[in-house]
Each structure stands twice: as C-alpha cells, then as structure tokens.
Design a binder for this molecule. Structure first.
Ligand code: URA
Length: 251
C-alpha cells in the first residue's frame, strides 16, 4: 500500500495533505516486528509501498501504530456529550487525537463513532469504532452483550427494589417490562446493575420505577472487559485482540 494511502487511511488528512507531509520529510516508518531498538526511517516518497499491518508511523513527531480498523476504549468523564454536535457540554470526540477524529468513512460508517451513548453525567467505559459490524454487534439488543453499571442512589436500596429490578419494571412509554440481568448490592446506596439492552436513560428510569433515584452512574464493564483502573477519566486506548475477545465473552 502506498505510504500516502496509509497515512490517509489513518486520518492524517486528504491524500494531498498526506503526500505533502511525506515529501516534506515529516513522516518516518518502522516495522513493528523489528527489534525494539530499530530506528524509524524517514521516507519522502509518497508512493513508496509498505505492508501496513504492524507498521509504526511517526508523523510530525506523533507515534502512530497502523490500525486497519479502529477499536477504541474511552474513559468517559462526566460533563461530556456522546454527540458529534453537542448541545451543552463538550463532545467526547474532542478527547480523541485529530487522526481518530478525521479517519475517513468506511462504507456506511462515518469515521470513528461511539458505540451507543452514555448520558452527559454518566462516566466510564465507552467504545468507539469505525467497524460497522462491530458497532452493530456491540449495540444490538438482540446480541445481549451485558453491560455493568455501578449505580449510586439517593435512597438506600432494599430487597424489594432489587427483586423488582430483576423481575422487570414497566417504563412510562413502553408496555414491555425491562429487567436487569443481575443486580448486586455493594453498599447501602449502591448496586451493580447488569443490563443486556440499552434503552434511553434505562438505568435512571428503572431506578425511578422502583421508587429510588440515580445520583451517580458509572459503566464499569462491557461483556468481560473491565474499564482499566489505570485509565484516568478522559483517557483512551486502542483495544488489542485479547480485549476484543473479552467484549463478546460474558464474565
Ligand atoms: N442508563 C442511563 O440511564 N444512562 C446512561 O448513561 C446509561 C444507561
């Protein structure tokens, strides 16, 4: 694949911009499988051919491992919106580096997209990708991928509330009851709630339906993938193959 096309696929701008970056000596490459002390080599030929898998790019000083598809985990902080065009709070997309925000569209997927949405005040694990099949698999209610929410409530949680959450509650606009796949009390005002679907404000509405109220909401797990404790709010990381495997495996 030509170096200018590789850069373009990674979101470094139009093909013309990418060719310019290369010709001006801003791009160096290194084979990721080469020994650790191998040097990056500057390449000024925009049409030079490289095998992209495993390639480590450096573009204007920014290290960028080639990824044919983007699978990203973001620790969503409170006070951010999952929309590209937010109404009140900053968009989560501003937390991503420019190449991830500018990745070209792939078939029906317009660049890197959030997999489902969290409310502006919800924190925790959010996935983003430009792989349409992956987005569908992770967000379709039919696939039943469990998502675990740490819920802090206004009032103490009691046995009856837990039983009702597990048995199913009716939400205002929907005659079909929704139930938690699991609900474990972790403190007097806290439960870990596992859901396999993602209706609008579902956790908040379920807690309201049993006479309680959500004070804080944090998503800690999707499938068997936990939000890494080392990733601070606002931080992001690429997901590797093992982590992708955990997403479709239930814990
Ligand atoms: N349920 C909610 O009520 N809000 C979220 O952000 C996620 C699930």
């Amino acid at each position: 694949m030509q170096l200018q096309d590789i850069l373009y696929s990674q979101g470094f701008g139009t093909r013309r911009v990418c060719a310019g970056l290369i010709q001006q000596g801003w791009v160096s490459v290194r084979n990721g499988t080469a020994p650790g002390d191998a040097e990056h080599a500057v390449c000024t030929n925009a049409a030079a051919d490289f095998e992209p898998e495993g390639l480590l790019l450096r573009v204007q000083g920014v290290e960028w491992p080639y990824h044919s598809k983007a699978y990203i985990l973001l620790h969503k902080p409170a006070g951010t919106e999952c929309s590209q065009k937010p109404s009140t709070y900053p968009s989560i997309y501003t937390l991503l580096p420019p190449p991830l925000r500018q990745r070209p569209s792939k078939s029906a997927v317009q660049g890197v997209q959030a997999v489902g949405r969290l409310d502006q005040d919800t924190t925790g694990l959010l996935l983003l990708s430009d792989d349409g099949q992956f987005i569908h698999r992770m967000s379709s209610p039919k696939k039943h991928v469990p998502k675990v929410y740490q819920v802090t409530t206004k009032h103490p949680v009691d046995e009856e509330q837990i039983s009702r959450l597990l048995a199913g509650v009716v939400l205002d606009d929907d005659p079909q009851p929704v139930k938690a796949a699991a609900c474990e009390q972790t403190a007097s005002h806290q439960v870990d709630l596992t859901l396999t679907e993602g209706k609008y404000h579902q956790v908040k509405r379920m807690l309201a339906a049993v006479g309680n109220r959500v004070e804080r909401l944090h998503r800690s797990r999707i499938g068997a993938l936990e939000l890494p404790a080392t990733l601070a709010p606002g931080g992001w990381k690429w997901l590797d193959q093992d982590e992708l495997g955990l997403l479709t495996r239930t814990a």
